[in-house]
Structures are given as C-alpha cells and as structure tokens.
Design a protein around this ligand. Structure first.
Ligand SMILES: Cc1ncc(C[n+]2csc(CCOP(=O)(O)OP(=O)(O)O)c2C)c(N)n1
Ligand SMILES: [Mg+2]
Length: 891
C-alpha cells in the first residue's frame, strides 16, 4: 500500500466530504427535504448494520427550530400590540409595587410576567380561543404570572381599579384579587389552580386526554380546542411536571401545547447555571415523542445566522452555559462583544459594523412576537403529537436596574422612583414625572384605539379568557332505583363495603340517565377492588380501541379496551388518576358536561401521597367521589406498615369542601352517595366526597327507621340496649369495619357484665366536628340569642352512661368531638405504624377489637365510681389481654 502523507490525507478527506455534500445538495434540490431525510435514515441503518457506532443525541443545535424561510407574516398590528403589551406590563408592575408600598408588603411577582409578557400577549391577540367560539381553549396560566393576567383584564374592562388596588387583599370591600389562580376564590375568572408548581402541567396532560375521552364517548362534539399549559423552566424540576409526558405522545394528543418560559432562572438563581435547561428539556420531550419547538433568538439574530456559513456562531451559541448567558443579560453590549463574540476573531468581525448598544438590544426569541407567533402557529397546526415550546426569555425583562436578569429578581416587589421612571420611559407609558411616585394605573380611554383593538381581537377569538362559568344544566333529580336494594341489607349474606360500592357503581352505570355520566377511575387496582366485571360491562377507554387479541378473550370478564370505553384505567399513577378526577369533576364548568367521577384507590396512597392534588381539586370546585379502598389500619390484613391506612380521615378533615365518611353498612353507602349526587349535581354545590371502603365481609343489616339524617350528619343510633333499665349504662360509638366489633361488645357487656349499652354508628367525625364548631362560633358572635346546639350534643343529650368510641382510624378523629358530648369520651383508635398480621392479630395489637371495647367501657364505669376496678381487672384477664404490652402508638 502506498503511504499517504498526512497533508494529502487531509486533502482527500476534504474532497470526499465535499463530494458527499454535493450529492446531498443535489438530492435536496431534486427530491426535497423529505427525500434527504429518508436517505439519511437509510444510511444510518446501513452504517449501524456494518458496526458503525453513532453517538446518541436527542438534541438539535441551539438555534430556533423554525427557520426564517418557514416563518409566516404576522397578522394584526404589531405596533398596537406592542403598545398594549407595554400597558399590561406597566399595570402589572404597578399593581405589585402598590401592594408593597406599605411597610408590611403583601408580596406579588413582577419578574415572572415581565419575562412572559410576549408569550401571553401573542396568545391573547391571536390564539387563545374563548368559550363562545365553540372551540374554547383550556388554558393553564402560570401562577406567578397572575399580575399580568389581571392587568390585561383591567384594560379589557373586566375588572376595575378597585380590584387592582385590592390585589392580595381579598377580604376588602368591593372585592380583591387572589394572589394566584384560584377558582375557589374567583369562580367567574380562574379555571385552574397552577401555583403549586408541577400540578398545572400534569393536570393539563390529563385534561387534554379527558377532552378526547368526552369526544370519543359522544359526550361532547369534536372540536379543535387546545389545552395550553404555561410553566416555568424551574418548575420542570418538579417530578409532577415531567412525570407524565410520555402519555400525551403515546395517545397522540395534538390538542396539547406546553409553553415553557425558559428565562433560565428560578427563585434562588439559575435553573442550570452549569448546563442548559433548554437542551435538557428538548432531549426529554423529544425522547418522549413530543414535537419540540425552540424559540431562542429574536429576529435581530437572523442576519448573523444567515451569514454563519461555517457554523461558528451556532457552535458558540451552543457552548455557552446558562449561568453565563444570564451574565450577558445583565452586562453591557461591550461586555457581550468581548466575551461572547470575542471568542473568535471571525465572530468579532461579524459584529464589527454594529454598536455596543445595538448588540445589547438583540432580543431573545421569547421576546419577539414574530418568533412566538410562528411557534404557536406551528403548534396549533401540528398533527399527531403534543407540542412543547421552549421559549428563551430574560427574567424581569424591562426592569433594568430594578432586577432584570438578576438573581434577586424573583423576589423583587418594590421599585424606587428612578427605576419606575426608567421602566415608564422604556415602555412609553404616559405617566408624568410628577405622578410617578404614586405609581398610578393607566388605562387609555374606552374608545381609544388600544382598547378597541383588544376587544376586537377577543371578540374575534370567542370571548375573554380566562373566564370560568358553570356551563352545565343541573340534573333534575337523582334516580332512586339503583340505591334501593341496599336499604334492605343482605339478609345474612356477607359482603364488604367495597363489594357494596362496586355493586352500586355497576348499577349506576346501567342507569338510563346517570349511567353515561359516570366515570370510573382506577390506578391499576380494579381487580383489587373486585371491579373486573366492569371491564366487560362498560369497557376500558382506549382512543385507538383494542388493536390486539387479549389473552383472556375467551373468558366472560376479559380485558376489554374500546374507543368508547368508560373506565379510565390509568395505570399505576395516583397523581395521574387524580388529575383525571379533576378533569372529569370540573367538566360541568369546562365543558358543560356533568360527568360524575368515582376514583377508587388504595386509601393509603391518596391524601398522604397526592394530598396537594386533592387540595387543587378542592380549589378547582371539583365534584365527584374519592373512594379510599382497602382502608382501615386493622381491616386490611397482611399488607403492613406502608399500606394500612388509619390516617386518611384525619387528612380529609383539613380539606374544607371535602365531605368525608367512614361507613360501615351497605345502606349507609347508598344514602351517602345518593345524597352526594343530589348535592353536587342537582343542587350544584362545590363539594367532593371521600368515602373509605373496606374489605372485611359481614352481613349487611337493613336500615333502621329514620336513620337517614343521622347517616348524613355523621351519627345515628344503630341499636338501643335491650336493657334500658340497667344500673350500668354506656353509649358505644363505632365506625367502618370496627362497628361490628362494637356490636359484639354490646352483646357481651349486656349478657356478662349487666351493662345496658346503646350502639351508635359514627359515619363521619369530620361532619360532627364541623357542625360543632359552626354552632360554637355562631354562639360566640351572638351572645344574647338562644344558643345553637351542635348536632352531636343534641342527639346525645339524654343518653345515659359512659361514652366509648372505637374506629380503625387515629384517636384524634373521635377526640375531635369530645367537647360537645355530655361526658368525656374514652377513645380507642389505631395510632401508630401498621403491621403485617391477620385481622384478629392487628385488632389485638392496636387495641380496637370487641374485647378492648368491653374493657374500655368497664374502665370508664370504674373511673366514674360505678364499678369496682377489680371487675376491669377480671375482664382484662378473662379476655387474655396483656396489660403490659407495648403501646402500639409508638412501637
Ligand atoms: C410546589 C411549589 N414549590 C415551591 C413554590 C415556590 N416558588 C414559587 S415561584 C418559584 C420559582 C419559579 O421559577 P420558574 O418555574 O422558573 O418560574 P419563573 O418565575 O422563572 O417563570 C418557587 C420556588 C411553589 N409555588 N410551588
Ligand atoms: Mg424560570
């Protein structure tokens, strides 16, 4: 072989490369980009097959995804839109500055909206469709950008100056504005709470999927509505934000658009000082199958990129880390020239003809309406997958010395007069130097060209956004037939409350009026709850239908997926399921459809795991039923510490519009769900339900006469003593699966210890607690009037004897009503970590079985001097109780 000198080899290499490129150019010209892509794919495969290892990259270069050639002209009036945006900017900043004039400032954010203004304004003027358009978009606004959304609503004339003045002063007369998007507080305005970061993007994904579900099931006409979710780049560190991004790609949800405001900063500092958040997100979203559109550079960069034939500039753009980019944002043009362009004399040469000032003014993509418009246009036109727009901006844009790009900018709430003046001048706001100290709001006259333009645009796009409205008709009534069999009991047959619920659900699904509105939601747990019959009955929702032959096709209850399936089988994601619950439970407002979600899950993985989403559900005015299955610390045998729930009712108590029940019997469940549907879907109350259901089987008794009111209010007498004249008396409270233990204790107390005991079913300590406090509060504020009596006080006023409560939940539940009872309550409950054990062993360990109810009752009688302590001692021995066993609450 002939030796080739290195110089010759390099020349050969260059020639070869040139030839390849020429061929490629030829194919590009003759066959177009599609052909080139195909060819490259084939080449890659061929190379792979021959052992060539290609380095993996999920990234594209650090430039705009949409090239200048692909851009469309932007319709409308750019000048007017810029002016309107400036007015929104001013009023948003003024609102926050005014709210923080007083020594005790009440917060608010300027810099988030300042960086996102163009992203929103292009949406408002050209894309966001209001509900009157028939294709109404669903928009999740970034929580911290709320000042800008309010400022726009002010210019649109939807809220007035008093509202702006009362930003974060919600209790003031005339109405205030909530700090962040909260439908609970502003039910005519905000649709979705987003400020607990990460929840907005997650809920948006499931909202987009639920919209498809409604269409596929014929509950809503097919529309071209989009779900827009605006989020911060820092927010993407929340696991919830990115945790479900494979779903919308899998389900081809091209009705979903994420806009990530990549200002490269979060609260404390840079999101990825030493890296590039945009490239990181691009890789994650592309890997998940999204259409990724990067909007990095404003139009001023286009000519330089056009001249960048050897890729020097693109390379330079791609090698700067975010912390350094942030530095450029706060520095002068001269600094940028020296440190960014100065890396290579050829780069320096490129900018030699422009001034430092011009260099400094070269904008980023997220601040350039043309770039943003084109990205949105591409996103709404894109088919077959969701789109994420990664828009580069500067945090605190326009604030100058008051915080633009600085690490403190997120917390910046005040501006001094100099800073205000500079801000005003930069955006051309007609506020005089004399007035600047008051930071006045500014709204042009009603018939000004700006206000008319804003109104016209919104009119053309179907009305103002955000607007929340109940768009559904209330149900006329709740049918009684599905509930009736449960009032009769099971005539000795054993059943668990879970089985009862599933039977009731299956009947509701068959109901001719309600059936189609029911949305069963399960996180891969249907078999756990004995719900597999529903697979066949109503099908599992799958947009694509079932494209395979299920292994159990020949069985009665096969795993049936269908495009009009009714069950939302979410897989193992309580957070995703809860997001579906919110989408279904707010559809009465968002889509004008009264869907009734029933989300059943392991109760331990509910409030404890996804409590913040349940809180957001409450805020969103979600309606529906959460079912905590396999609940009760001692009723769920075997599963142990992580599974056995004795806490969820304590959590539920803190959720203001959550109505929580721990029912024991079939008829209780029927009464509660019947009344729940009435309250939520006939009377339109903004509440949701939490019911725990258990898997211990016992005979379900018939409903005692007149029990209905007590079931709903939280307490009723299930069974009176057969010996009311007994000298020793007791009132025993039981809940859930512990109620049968209490009933057993009643029988033994009467037969063996001559204690006449009444048994009460406590269906809801939470309801009793709330009612007690409501009465007490009223009495405090109305001292001269006849005091109100709490329900529990009234109900038990003549009940004689000691009071003992037992439940499968922590003792705090029963303790919470103690003050409204005639005498102190002795409480048995399941404080402590669970154990793997059988049911009897668990109840012994946690001291909640019938024996402990007996001992607790006798001990209370002894404490009251009604009984000699030796009787208690004897009972302890007779029932084989180890008095010196460790305290389960701390062992
Ligand atoms: C779950 C949660 N944790 C913390 C916060 C507090 N917080 C509010 S804004 C913010 C920084 C936001 O940064 P980014 O998401 O980048 O938004 P930007 O303001 O930069 O647009 C933090 C930490 C919150 N609102 N929610
Ligand atoms: Mg940020």
């Amino acid at each position: 072989m002939r030796n080739i000198a290195p110089k010759d080899a390099a020349e050969l290499d260059a020639t070869e490369t040139r030839e390849w490129l020429d061929s490629l150019d030829y194919v590009l010209q003759s066959g177009g980009p599609g052909k080139v892509a195909r060819l490259l794919r084939e080449l890659t495969i061929h190379a792979r097959q021959n052992g060539v290892k290609m380095p993996f990259t999920a990234n594209t270069p650090y430039i705009n995804t949409i090239s200048v050639d692909e851009q469309s002209l932007m319709p409308g009036s750019p000048d007017l839109e810029r002016r309107i945006k400036s007015l929104v900017r001013w009023n948003a900043a003024a609102m926050v500055v005014r709210a923080n004039k007083a020594e005790e400032g009440i917060g608010g954010h300027i810099s988030t909206y300042a960086s996102a203004a163009t992203l929103y304004e292009v949406g408002f003027n050209h894309f966001f469709r209001g509900h009157e358009s028939g294709d109404g978009d669903v928009i999740f606004f970034q929580g911290h950008a709320s000042p800008g959304i309010y400022a726009r609503a002010y210019l649109e004339g939807r809220i007035d100056e008093t509202h702006l003045e009362n930003f974060r002063r919600e209790t003031k007369a005339g109405g205030g504005l909530s700090s962040y998007p909260h439908p609970w507080l502003m039910p005519d305005f905000w649709e979705f709470p987003t400020v607990s970061m990460g929840l907005g993007p997650l809920m948006a994904i499931y909202q987009a999927r639920f919209m498809r579900y409604l269409e596929d099931r014929g509950l809503k006409a097919h529309t071209d509505s989009k779900v827009w979710a605006f989020l911060g780049d820092g927010e993407t560190d929340e696991p919830e934000a990115l945790g479900a991004i494979t779903l919308p790609a899998r389900e081809k949800l091209d009705n979903l658009i994420f806009v990530v405001n990549c200002n490269l900063q979060r609260l404390d500092g840079p999101v990825r000082g030493n890296g590039q958040i945009i490239q990181e997100l691009e890789a994650a979203f592309r890997g998940a199958g999204w259409n990724v559109i990067k909007v990095l550079w404003g139009r001023e960069w286009d000519p330089f990129l056009a001249k960048d034939r050897d890729g020097l500039l693109v390379k330079r753009m791609g090698e700067i880390v975010d912390g350094q980019y942030q530095k450029y944002a706060v520095e002068s043009g001269a600094y940028v020239r020296e440190h960014f362009w100065g890396a290579d004399p050829r780069l320096l040469e490129m900018v030699s003809h422009i001034s430092d000032d011009q260099l400094k003014k070269m904008t980023l993509g997220g601040h350039d309406p043309i770039k943003v418009y084109n990205a949105y246009k591409a996103a709404v036109e894109h088919k077959g997958s969701p789109t994420v727009i990664l828009a580069r901006t500067i945090k605190g844009y326009g604030l100058g010395e008051a915080g633009e790009g600085k690490n403190i900018t997120h917390q910046q709430k005040k501006m001094n007069e100099d800073e205000l003046r500079a801000f005003r001048t930069r955006f051309g706001i007609p506020v005089s130097d004399a007035d600047i100290g008051h930071t006045p709001f500014y709204r042009p006259a009603e018939d000004s060209i700006e206000i008319r333009y804003m109104r016209q645009r919104r009119e053309a796009l179907g009305g103002y956004v955000p607007t929340r409205k109940n768009r559904s008709q209330p149900l006329a009534s709740v049918p009684s037939e599905p509930f009736e069999e449960f009032y009769k009991g099971t005539e000795g047959r054993k059943a668990s409350t879970t089985m009862v619920f599933v039977r009731l659900l299956s009947k509701l699904l068959r109901d001719k009026d309600l059936g189609r509105l029911v949305v069963p939601i399960v996180p891969d747990e249907a078999r756990t709850f004995g719900m597999e019959a529903l697979f066949r009955q109503v099908g599992i929702y799958a947009h694509s239908g079932q494209v395979y032959e299920p292994v159990d096709m020949d069985t009665l209850l096969y795993y049936k997926e269908a495009s009009d399936g009714q069950i939302l089988e979410e897989g193992i994601t309580e957070a995703g399921s809860m997001s579906s619950f919110v989408a279904a439970g707010t559809a009465y407002a968002t889509h004008g459809v009264n869907t009734i979600p029933f989300f059943i899950y392991y109760s331990m993985f509910g409030f404890q795991r996804i409590g913040d989403l349940i809180w957001a559900a409450g805020d969103s005015r979600t309606r529906g039923f959460l079912l905590g299955g396999t609940s009760g610390r001692t009723t769920l045998a075997g599963e142990g510490l992580q599974h056995q729930d004795g806490n969820s009712h304590l959590f539920a108590m803190a959720y203001p519009n959550c109505v929580a029940y721990d029912p024991a019997f079939a008829y209780e469940i029927a009464v509660i769900i019947h009344d729940g549907i009435r309250r939520m879907y006939v009377d339109q109350e903004s509440i949701f339900y939490y019911l725990t259901v258990m898997n211990e089987q016992y005979a379900m008794p018939p409903m005692p006469d007149g029990a209905q009111e007590g079931i709903l209010r939280g307490l009723y007498r299930f069974r009176a003593t057969s010996n009311p004249g007994a000298k020793l008396r007791a009132q025993l409270f039981g809940s859930g699966a512990i109620l049968p233990e209490v009933i057993k204790a009643q029988e033994i107390l009467e037969s063996k210890y001559n204690v006449g005991a009444d048994v009460w079913s406590v269906t809801s300590y939470t309801e009793l607690y709330r009612d007690g406090h409501a009465a007490e509060r009223w009495n405090m504020l109305h001292p001269g009037e006849t005091p109100r009596v709490p329900y529990v006080t009234h109900t038990l006023k003549d009940a004689p004897g000691v009071l003992v409560a037992a439940s499968d939940y922590v003792k705090a539940m029963a303790d919470s009503i103690d003050r409204w009872l005639p005498r102190p309550l002795t409480v048995l409950g399941t404080d402590g970590f669970g154990r793997s054990e059988n049911r009897a062993g668990l109840r012994e360990f946690f001291e909640v079985d019938y024996r402990y109810v007996i001992v607790a009752t006798l001990a209370a009688l002894a404490r009251d001097g009604k009984l000699d302590p030796s009787v208690v001692d004897q009972a302890i021995k007779a029932h084989n109780i180890n008095a010196d066993k460790p305290n389960p609450a701390i062992s």
